[in-house]
Design a protein around this ligand. Structure first.
Ligand code: FES
Length: 151
């Protein structure tokens, strides 16, 4: 087995553990890569196509490596009313990525999420768990530029 995924041996190599194995990989790596699929298929004795089928069926699994900075744009009710769609469009335009994608330099990934629990600050996004509220075009650009500068 690919050494990178040797921690799979923490669980029994039974087909019934396939989903648990994939969850373990996602927890450790943040996503399930092609290499991970091969390792899981080999370890659980399952065809790769079947592993891919499981990944497609369960929306919880990510196939794209998350960025260093994970941007979550809230599209809960309060944020939606206050312009979440526009906020997401601006982020996409600034970074050149769509929802669920990662920039080529690996710096940013974008996802849309439901309520982040601070609706009074709508519209809201978080970057690696830090919440930014009352966003507008200007503050959004400033925040993204700060992260770009950090690299
Ligand atoms: S709806 Fe966005 S924080 Fe609650």
């Amino acid at each position: 087995m690919n050494e990178a995924f040797s921690y799979l041996s923490e669980m029994e190599a039974e087909k019934g553990n396939l989903i648990k194995g994939l969850q373990l990989i996602q927890t450790r790596e943040g996503y399930v890569s092609d290499d991970a699929i091969r390792a899981v298929a080999a370890y659980f004795g399952t065809p790769e196509a079947e592993v891919e089928g499981v990944l497609t069926f369960y929306a919880q699994f990510k196939r794209v490596k998350p960025g260093k900075y994970k941007i979550s744009v809230c599209d809960g009710t309060a944020c939606h009313i206050k312009g979440a769609t526009q906020i997401r469009a601006w982020v996409q335009a600034e970074l050149g990525i769509g929802d669920g994608q990662t920039t080529e330099d690996g710096l940013f990934s974008l996802q849309t999420v439901a309520c982040l629990g601070c609706c009074s600050l709508a519209p809201v996004m978080s970057i690696n768990g830090t919440v930014y509220g009352k966003l507008d075009r200007k503050s959004l650009s400033r925040i993204l530029n700060e992260y770009k500068a950090k690299g």
